[in-house]
Ligand binder design. Structure first.
Ligand code: AMP
Ligand code: MG
Ligand code: MG
Length: 230
């Protein structure tokens, strides 16, 4: 009898929290499938009428978020000097805030992919199978289109860890039942202030990370939404 009452009482508490969207951290995080989310948002060369060919990554930021504590534990961030069209269009600088001087002399994508990023992954224990992680992007463009197309141009294969990710727009839709147009709409709906500059890669990562944290607080369990066959 006492046990029954306790179960009923517990269910009622859970139900109340669900209705109020007030899943506490402990409850929300018990179910997470990945220990870490790796929020990634590339910026790339661009122009106002036609995109440059090939389009090339100029900013490569990733934020590591612990899904239990919701802390941002580490940041990988580098600007990248393009191989083919190293001169930024005025449109690109206007859109992203990235100036020519910020990419001149920076590492090329090959060095970032072959050395710098794997070293960071290793340093933060992310190559250890015990420390499961999932990339999170806003849309599928970064890992479905941009990275594979530049890798194909460079005659490289993206590393295995780039083959699966979560499109946060789908996670947002699971929570709110509305598929958003973009990051700004998600921030507005969730009542999260925008920080920094829109289309700065590192600031976009911070904002996407804040959305991810809020979705976890609301009980969302992050899962991969896309697998790109090698
Ligand atoms: P985002 O992550 O939304 O800042 O965009 C990633 C990249 O997509 C940018 O660095 C540009 O290369 C491209 N892009 C985004 N918005 C536009 C736009 N309005 N016109 C041209 N290219 C864009
Ligand atoms: Mg983006
Ligand atoms: Mg961006």
């Amino acid at each position: 009898m006492k046990v029954q009452f306790q179960i009923a009482h517990q269910c009622c508490k859970i139900h109340t929290r669900k209705v109020l969207g007030l899943y506490n951290r402990e409850m929300a995080n018990k179910k997470q499938l990945f220990k870490y989310l790796l929020v990634l948002d590339f910026e790339a060369t661009c122009d106002n009428k036609h995109q440059p060919v090939p389009q090339e990554i100029i900013e490569f930021p990733v934020i590591k978020i612990n899904t239990t504590t919701l802390e941002s534990e580490a940041i990988f961030h580098t600007y990248v000097e393009p191989d083919v069209n190293p001169k930024l269009s005025p449109f690109c600088t206007e859109l992203t805030g990235i100036r020519q001087s910020q990419i001149d002399g920076q590492p090329h994508l090959t060095e970032v992919l072959d050395k710098m990023f794997p070293a960071w992954m290793e340093q933060h224990g992310l190559l250890d199978p015990e420390n499961s992680s999932l990339f999170v992007t806003c849309g599928d463009w970064d890992l479905k289109t941009m990275l594979p197309s530049q890798c194909s141009y460079l005659k490289k294969q993206p590393a295995d860890y780039f083959h699966k990710w979560c499109n946060i727009k789908k996670a947002f839709c699971d929570v709110t039942s509305k598929y958003p147009r973009g990051m700004m709409e998600m921030l507005t709906v969730l009542g999260i202030p925008h920080t920094g500059r829109h289309h700065s890669g590192i600031d976009d990562c911070t904002n996407i990370g804040n959305i991810a944290k809020e979705l976890i607080r609301r009980g969302h369990v992050f899962k991969q939404t896309y697998y790109r066959h090698p």
